[in-house]
Design a protein around this ligand. Structure first.
Ligand code: AHM
Ligand code: MG
Length: 336
């Protein structure tokens, strides 16, 4: 009666994380509390995103309300919700958001040992047409919460203790890794709970989809151009790959994780560091890919080894199925 068990024995995100943490006797439940605040932010954004089209119709978003107050745009609103939820959790000391120029240092009275880097609403160019968007986050832990500096988040991605994203798509899904594999949870809107629906996600070793903004092709470097050419005209007799590109990193990476293949945001002549941000886009997604058995490469080396020097630093990124990333690594190695 496995199906019946599934329906009555719900593995919620909180229960799953508590189970994982209980294996560590030193754990005091702080991570579970931190995560429940991230989850609250995700549920809020999910609900706001679902209402966005309607809100526009009745004049709620990006408009002036009856009191003459300017209404906040969805990305600004989402950022504020995450900043407030994370600071009030009492478990964080420094926050880095794509929306804020400077890092936020939490009031000493509310400080905990976790640092959270996040993009509260990524892919915002997709909001107005109702295409999937998402939140991306990464978590570091520091030794001494009384001596917090921005250096505490300028750490290579391999030092993260957890990373994840929430996708606001045809369903709302949260994908998380605490360094022991990757698990996917789907929001049951009637319960308001994330339920484990995709346990222990492993990315296929090789895929048949590539995902890139090909409109930038004229400015690509040689290895990227050759790789994409090979996707279309394979030299080994295999079938050409399919192209899928939403233009929303969470959606493109989520598909890559589940179906396999490769996601690329390479360097080009106009943007020598690519577009995506190291701390809250490249690192969390690379962390998840490695935990799912894939790879993440910058064009120079393993993405998670990168040491950022600024909080909003960018890097080229190639991530996905092990064999597909291996192929682009070979092309870059041959080009130096
Ligand atoms: P944003 O942070 O301004 O939303 O930009 C990030 C997004 C990613 O979600 C996506 O992978 C990429 O930008 C798409 O860029 P492009 O439109 O250049 O292909
Ligand atoms: Mg972004």
């Amino acid at each position: 009666h496995a199906a019946e068990a599934h329906r009555t024995d719900l593995m919620t995100l909180t229960r799953h994380v508590l189970n994982e943490q209980s294996k560590h006797p030193e754990s005091k439940g702080d991570f579970t509390i931190l995560l429940s605040h991230i989850v609250l932010g995700c549920k809020f954004v999910c609900s706001a995103v679902n209402k966005a089209g309607l809100a526009k119709l009745i004049g709620l978003a990006g408009d002036t309300n009856v009191q003459g107050e300017e209404q906040k745009k969805l990305d600004v609103l989402s950022n504020e919700v995450f900043i407030k939820a994370l600071t009030s959790s009492g478990r964080t000391c420094i926050l880095v958001s794509e929306e804020d120029e400077e890092a936020t240092f939490v009031d000493p009275a509310l400080r905990g040992r976790y640092c959270v880097v996040f993009d509260p609403l990524d892919g915002s160019s997709n909001i107005d047409c109702g295409v999937s968007i998402g939140t991306i986050f990464g978590i570091y832990m520091i030794k001494d919460k009384n001596k917090v500096t921005v250096e505490d988040v300028l750490q290579p991605g391999k030092k993260m203790v957890a990373a994840g994203y929430c996708m606001y798509g045809s369903s709302c899904m949260l994908v998380l890794s605490t360094g022991r594999g990757v698990n996917g949870f789907t929001l049951d809107p009637s319960l308001g709970e994330f339920i484990l629906t995709h346990p222990n996600i492993k990315i296929p070793k090789k895929g048949s989809i590539y995902s890139v903004n090909e409109g930038n092709a004229k400015n690509w470097d040689e290895p990227t151009a050759r790789y994409v050419e090979r996707c279309k005209f394979p030299q080994d007799g295999s079938s050409p790959k399919s192209l899928r590109y939403v233009g929303s990193m969470v959606a493109d990476v989520h598909r890559t994780l589940l179906y396999g293949g490769i996601f690329l945001y390479p360097a080009d002549k106009k943007s020598p560091n690519g577009k995506l941000r190291v701390l809250y886009e490249v690192f969390p997604m690379s962390f998840l890919m490695e935990q799912a058995g894939g790879q993440a490469f910058t064009g120079k080396g393993r993405a998670l080894e990168l040491v950022p020097t600024k909080i909003h630093e960018r890097s080229p990124i190639f991530l996905g199925s092990y064999d597909d990333v291996e192929e682009i690594k070979t092309l870059y190695a041959a080009s130096v």
